[in-house]
Design a protein around this ligand. Structure first.
Ligand SMILES: [Zn+2]
Length: 493
């Protein structure tokens, strides 16, 4: 009898185990910050999401062995999922309506989701011109470690072009994601795309030899170097032949291909990280010293997760100890300089801060390491990307959003400088904008309006403005607003 009860229980147990094994676990794919039928204006898109299951069985391992597969019109690509069930995927669109199917299968768990995206390019926008700045006698090579070369990586011009094209498309995708995340819609800068949706890379050749450029560099003449790149642009055909857009408002993002690691000086010679949107044409430049880590194509998924340490006897240490960090911080730093070219200033957060280490995990689901988070993955989204004022300025920039125009200047209470197109404009009871030459420069919180003196505060830049019937002044504390803008008298209307 006892035997019979045991055997009955055993059969029941086996049945339960078997039943459990066969029954598929229903899971859901949730996309973050994007809905189906969204309109986008760029061909590569960064999609962030999460898997949720009824009976989640944590902990999953951190080895990124689970994947989500995205399939579109002419691609299929898998992307890892982290221990928090999060993923980032890059999807490639063609013009028009694209149906992207996401599929998740892991043991008895599965989920599927279809996302419809409508990609339309806005050809009225003046594009970001990507390019390579090279010496007269450039070898058109860039630094690369022996290990990468032995694995088949190339460091020639063709490869540099592919890497810059990919970085441009990724930066464009990240900008679209970030601006949308801040509530401004899926806006981003335009690139000059060919029929394969790859951006044009202009090769701008200097009149100076590599040696002459190195002499300039070693004599600490960063600004002469910057001026020289401007001269080179003004002499180039891309600049001279431009007829559709205002030449002086063109924005260039250039990689200095001749930059190289000098072991004795222990630095990247000819690498400059410079950007300015108020010197024309607008320009951001960066060295080629991190190109070795950048992918040649958006679907080189392994690059986004490549944790190999860099060999600093062969490569520059630019705060990026691993390949994946050199990729993210390198593209982030290039975006930082292009951000300056779009007139952005430094801020304490994200891309426009000088802490490039914040950019390490743009395109992967790794998160910032911290002693408080023994697990390698945790949410760090709030400190990376285009932040607050930067996102707002970009979303209003004439090269990113030509639908707004300068409507905020018309009809609102404003102060204007007599000598230039420099305005402080009241948007509402709380917010003011500073606009220079039609570009939103800063956003201010209204502080007070006492005895005909308006006080404003730029919260993320931490400085004050005072406006009276004659002057616009600025200062670092409320009791010390004494520095005067030298743009003539200021008129209120
Ligand atoms: Zn900067």
């Amino acid at each position: 009898m006892i035997f019979k009860v045991i055997s009955f229980k055993l059969i029941l147990l086996l049945f339960i185990i078997k039943f459990d094994r066969v029954k598929a676990q229903t899971c859901k794919i949730e996309l973050i910050d994007i809905k189906t039928k969204t309109k986008v204006c760029n061909p590569l898109n960064l999609i962030r999401g999460k898997i949720t299951c009824n009976k989640l069985k944590p902990p999953y391992s951190n080895n990124l062995s689970r994947n989500i597969t995205a399939k579109g019109l002419d691609f299929q690509q898998s992307w890892p999922i982290n221990s928090l069930n999060e993923f980032k995927a890059i999807v490639k669109l063609k013009k028009g309506i694209n149906k992207i199917s996401f599929t998740y299968v892991y043991k008895n768990e599965n989920a599927k989701l279809v996302l419809e995206l409508n990609y339309e390019e806005n050809l009225d926008l003046d594009p970001l011109r990507l390019g390579i700045f090279a010496s007269k006698d450039s070898s058109f090579t860039f630094d690369m470690d022996k290990e990468s070369k032995s694995l088949g990586d190339k460091n020639n011009l063709d490869s540099a072009i592919k890497r810059i094209q990919t970085a441009g498309l990724l930066a464009q995708a990240l900008t679209s994601d970030n601006l949308n995340h801040h509530g401004y819609g899926r806006k981003t800068f335009r690139l000059e795309l060919d029929k394969n949706y790859l951006p044009k890379i202009h090769v701008l050749k200097s009149e100076l030899t590599r040696k002459q450029l190195i002499d300039l560099y070693l004599n600490d003449k960063a600004f002469e170097f910057f001026d020289h790149i401007h001269d080179t642009i003004r002499k180039s055909t891309v600049y001279k032949n431009e007829t559709k857009y205002d030449k002086n408002r063109m924005v260039f993002g250039l990689i200095i291909i001749d930059a190289f690691y000098d072991k004795q000086l222990d630095k990247a010679v000819l690498h400059h990280a410079l950007g300015n949107g108020f010197i024309e044409p607008r320009l951001g430049v960066f060295g080629s010293h991190l190109l070795h880590a950048w992918p040649e194509s958006w679907n080189q998924v392994n690059r986004f997760f490549d944790e190999r340490n860099l060999d600093f006897s062969q490569l520059t240490n630019d705060d990026s100890p691993t390949k994946m960090k050199a990729l993210n911080t390198g593209i982030g730093a290039f975006m930082h300089e292009i951000g300056h070219a779009y007139t952005l200033d430094h801020s304490g957060l994200g891309i426009m801060s000088r802490d490039w280490s914040l950019n390490k995990f743009f395109f992967s689901v790794y998160k910032k390491e911290s002693k408080y988070y023994p697990v390698k993955h945790y949410t760090d989204e709030d400190n990376t990307g285009w932040k607050n004022t930067d996102a707002e300025i970009l979303s209003n920039h004439e090269h990113i959003n030509n639908s707004l125009g300068l409507s905020s200047i018309v009809g609102n209470s404003k102060w204007k400088a007599s000598d230039s197109e420099h305005y402080f404009v009241k948007l509402n009871e709380k917010t003011w904008h500073e606009i220079i030459d039609g570009i939103l420069k800063f956003k201010f919180d209204f502080v007070s309006d006492i005895n005909q003196v308006v006080i404003l505060y730029a919260a993320d830049r931490k400085f004050y403005i005072s406006l009276d019937s004659q002057n616009a002044k600025f200062g670092s504390t409320k009791n010390d607003i004494n520095a005067v803008f030298k743009t003539g008298t200021w008129v209120k209307n």
